[in-house]
Design a protein around this ligand. Structure first.
Ligand SMILES: [Zn+2]
Ligand SMILES: [Zn+2]
Length: 587
């Protein structure tokens, strides 16, 4: 009938184990081409009750169904668009729209609901998925809900589940899916020769500048894309010439070009060899479309330009160049586009990915994180000093790859309570805002203390207030000097001088006479000034501090208060406490 690959068997085993322990909805992440239909087939076989496999479009319902029955298994379809409403088979493949409107009887007897492309399930509200799951759950409170996706993220939402199988808390906010049970990286598929090796070329000759679109962090309109392309019109002929050169130089068989808009696609087509290129757009008649795709598969022409992504039902294994000329707002879309070139084909060694978007997506680590703080930032691995979890943060490294600094605030590690299957977050904070009334460590962006509800001023307000007061002085340090000195009793102390660009300065003083002095310095200075707070270095001598200077960072602002004739440093504001607007306005 069929035989599972080892990783498919592993995914099935882990799924069964999970649902034995809890009925929390869970996700399996498999890259495109990993053969999810075999996983579905095996789970359906093992399920005690009936199995409902949902998808959001009829093409996907049909494709999943066809694969399933090709293994010699029985199943039904419930989809108005496909003209079939079976209700009796153990396994039903349904489109969510049709199933949501099915009569109550339909929902009887299911123990497992599988949702394909589950990153589309919205987190809350009255969606069709929620409606279906509610109805299934009312018939069987023990219902298991399993989501499948290649990309477990959603634009504007981030990770679609809370807790990963690697022990990481992926979301602090509630998600419909609680766990990710299994995650297969694309590298595994490539290394084990299940998929073709992609060779990615970023900005092969030049690239469009779509940064204006991504900065908004939302979906953008066609009109916005059109406008940007109009401004950058001169780039398109260069880009197409480059695609043709690469195709000819490396003797490529099939080239898929993804364009932004219909106008853009037509323009692209006009620069390609006329007899060797075709165009498929959203409103291409389905007969024409099928003919074009067939001719492409039979290698009657080389360049296929398309606007709406050719995904469902489209499979041309010989594609060995993928050229991206459209902004790819979601990781999921980007992965789908790349996926077009990764199918195996006799004689095909690799697939060249030409990315002209300048967006710098990473094929292998398409993770959703906060925006890259600046161009020098790379992903760094930062082990938590409390739980050992290896956090991935944005950071900077030196020429030897050693971490210099990172922007991590809180450890993402979490332990799992095996009885309840609920994660307990580690909670270690790398950076925090200290509550002055109770000592609680709060997130740097918190406006109220988690523990005692005291108002916590943000950095911007502290500076604004200080600037209004005659007794306060606000200084923006450009340079810091560490000086070892002695008081009149010959006791050594450390003076730290903060100079601004006018060589004006304020100082703070630290003594190192006893235990409590060391402690005070470690808490008040080191914890905040260390570029890598997780190193938890402690010092007992001034000479040690002097040696450690390269490990310290500078505050963005120093606030001092006038006491008699002197200025006393009362507050230091670091970059993470300031709004980006405030930071950049001051530069
Ligand atoms: Zn931790
Ligand atoms: Zn507090």
């Amino acid at each position: 009938m069929y035989k599972l690959r080892p990783y498919q068997q592993e995914a099935v085993d882990l799924t069964i184990n999970h649902f034995k322990r809890t009925k929390d909805p869970a996700v399996i992440t498999l890259p495109t081409g990993a053969g999810k239909s075999l996983v579905i087939a095996e789970l359906a076989k093992m399920a005690q009750g009936r199995v409902l496999v949902l998808a959001h479009v009829k093409e996907l319902v049909e494709q999943n169904y066809e694969k399933y029955i090709s293994y010699g298994l029985q199943a039904g379809i419930y989809s108005a668009g496909l003209g079939r409403k079976d209700e009796d088979t153990k396994a039903i493949f349904g489109s969510v729209q049709s199933v949501a409107n099915a009569s109550d009887d339909f929902f009887e007897g299911y123990t497992l609901c599988v949702i394909d492309e589950c990153h589309r399930v919205a987190n809350e509200g009255e969606t069709q998925y929620q409606k279906v799951i509610e109805k299934l759950g009312s018939k069987n409170p023990e219902l298991c809900v399993l989501g499948l996706t290649a990309t477990p993220y959603r634009l504007g939402l981030g990770w679609i589940y809370e807790y990963s199988h690697s022990g990481e808390l992926r979301s602090n906010k509630p998600r419909f899916f609680k766990h990710c049970i299994y995650e297969l990286p694309l590298t595994y598929m490539i290394e084990n020769k299940y998929l073709t090796t992609p060779i990615k070329v970023d900005t092969p000759v030049t690239s469009y500048d779509f940064s204006e679109l991504t900065e908004k962090g939302r979906m953008y309109t066609l009109a916005e894309v059109e406008e940007l392309l109009k401004e950058q019109k001169r780039l398109t002929p260069l880009i197409i010439k480059n695609i043709i050169n690469i195709t000819e130089l490396y003797k490529r068989q099939g080239v898929m070009i993804f364009s932004s808009t219909i106008r853009h696609a037509r323009e692209i087509l006009s620069y390609l060899p006329q007899d060797d290129a075709r165009l498929v757009i959203g409103d291409t008649d389905s007969k024409d479309r099928d003919r074009i795709i067939n001719d492409f598969k039979e290698k009657k022409f080389k360049y296929l330009v398309n606007v709406s992504v050719l995904t469902t039902g489209f499979d041309a294994p010989h594609v060995d160049v993928v050229a991206i000329l459209r902004p790819t707002e979601s990781v999921s879309l980007y992965q789908q586009i790349i996926g077009r070139g990764l199918r195996l084909d006799p004689g095909k060694k690799d697939c060249i990915i030409l990315d002209y978007t300048g967006m710098g997506h990473n094929i292998y680590a398409p993770t959703i994180r906060e925006r890259r703080p600046n161009k020098e930032s790379v992903e760094v691995e930062v082990p938590c000093p409390q739980c050992g979890h290896k956090n991935i943060f944005w950071g900077t490294v030196n020429i030897d790859g050693e971490i210099l600094e990172h922007s991590g605030r809180k450890c993402n590690g979490a332990g799992l309570d095996l009885d309840t299957m609920r994660p307990t977050p580690c909670g270690y904070r790398f950076r925090f805002k200290l509550c002055h009334s109770c000592g609680e460590q709060n997130d740097v962006s918190a406006s109220e203390c988690e523990s005692c509800n005291t108002n916590l001023l943000d950095g911007d307000s502290k500076i604004k207030q200080a600037k209004l007061s005659k007794k306060m002085h606000v200084l923006r340090p450009e340079h810091i000097e560490f000086i070892e000195r002695e008081d009149k009793n010959f006791r050594p102390f450390l003076e730290i001088k903060y100079y601004d660009c006018n060589a004006e300065h304020v100082s703070e003083y630290h003594f190192f006479n006893n235990e409590s002095d060391f402690k005070r310095f470690n808490i008040n200075f080191l914890r905040f000034h260390l570029k890598r707070p997780e190193l938890e270095l402690e010092v007992t001598q001034i000479s040690e501090v002097l040696r450690m200077q390269p490990l310290f960072r500078s505050p963005s602002f120093v606030i001092a208060r006038k006491q008699d004739k002197f200025w006393k440093v009362t507050e230091k504001i670091f970059s993470e406490e300031l709004s980006s607007r405030y930071l950049s306005a001051q530069h």
